[in-house]
Each structure stands twice: as structure tokens, then as C-alpha cells.
Design a binder for this molecule. Structure first.
Ligand code: HEC
Length: 140
């Protein structure tokens, strides 16, 4: 194989691979930002993760769903259980992004308090969705 053919092949390989590598990098960055938003900013873990005695999170059970041991002090719509979010199985990516940007569920049913109706930016909604979808059920 002569060098000019080799360099052409390398160029073609680089052209094909670069966008793939770039996409993988941006996906990894979105997942990392989503983890930060879920665990440290929007505090989804506070409601959606079960706790043991003394209110300490159960090891390895983050985001697997939890019942509340508190309720509203006045009559109001209220959900006593925050469902599991691991893998975000009830939502397609686009449904989840819309939900986190508008508070609108795919079913059209309003989400009950104390779940906040988030108004995230599209980038944040995509990051949160990417992170939750990246969680394999076994990890909890
Ligand atoms: C203050 C408690 C609280 C916080 C904080 C919270 N949630 Fe929720 N979440 C709930 C409750 C309660 C429900 C159930 C609402 C219902 O049944 O209508 C819920 C429902 C949901 C649902 C719908 C699940 C389904 O299968 O229909 C999703 C998705 C969700 N939460 C994601 C999140 C994410 C992501 C965050 C953080 C960005 C978050 N929640 C923060 C309490 C909370």
C-alpha cells in the first residue's frame, strides 16, 4: 500500500471516528452534569431515595423510590410515594425532557405535590434524563 493511499484511509477513518468520539464525550459530560443536578442541586434523591432508621439513605438504593414519613399540614393534593427513577422506564427521552421543562406528564395528568413542576432549561432536562437513563436497575 503506498503512503498516499494509507493517508487517505487514515483521513477517512478519522472523519468517521471523530464525530463518534465527540458524541461519546458529550454524552458522558451530560450524564455527569445530570448526576450533579439530581444529587446536589435539584435534590431529587431527597424524595426518591429510601432511607433507613435515623433518616440515613440506604446504601445502593438511591433513586429506587420512597414513601414519605411526612404529609401536608393542610388539605391539598398529595402523593405519599415518590416512584423509582432508575432507568426512567416509564418515559421516553423526549417525554422526560418535556416533563422536566414543563411539568407536563406524557399522560397529561398533573404531577402531584410534593413533586415540584420543574422548569429546567433544555440542556439541564437532557442532562438529568441522560443520567437517570444511564442507571442500570441493578445499581439502584
Ligand atoms: C419534594 C419531593 C420531590 C423532589 C425533590 C423530587 N420529586 Fe419527583 N416525585 C415526587 C413525588 C411525590 C412524585 C409522585 C407524584 C405523583 O404521583 O403524581 C414524583 C414523581 C416524579 C416522576 C414521575 C414518575 C412516574 O413514573 O410517573 C418523575 C419522572 C420524577 N418525579 C422525577 C424527579 C426528578 C428528576 C427530580 C429532581 C430533578 C425530582 N423528581 C424531585 C417527589 C419529589
Amino acid at each position: 500500500m503506498n503512503t498516499s493511499l494509507l493517508s487517505k484511509l487514515l483521513l477517512i477513518a478519522a472523519t468517521v471516528l471523530c464525530p463518534i468520539v465527540a458524541h461519546a464525550k458529550s454524552e458522558a459530560a451530560a450524564i455527569e452534569r445530570g448526576r450533579y443536578l439530581v444529587h446536589q442541586v435539584a435534590m431529587c434523591i431527597d424524595c426518591h431515595s429510601p432511607r433507613g432508621e435515623k433518616g440515613v439513605f440506604l446504601e445502593g438504593k438511591h433513586l429506587t423510590g420512597a414513601s414519605f414519613d411526612f404529609a401536608a399540614t393542610v388539605p391539598m393534593p398529595w402523593a405519599p410515594f415518590a416512584p423509582g427513577l432508575v432507568g426512567l422506564e416509564n418515559f421516553t427521552t423526549e417525554q422526560a425532557v418535556k416533563f422536566f421543562m414543563t411539568g407536563e406528564r406524557p399522560t397529561g395528568q398533573p404531577v402531584l405535590p410534593p413533586m415540584p413542576a420543574y422548569r429546567m432549561s433544555e440542556a439541564d432536562a437532557r442532562a438529568v434524563t441522560a443520567y437517570l437513563k444511564s442507571l442500570a436497575p441493578a445499581q439502584g
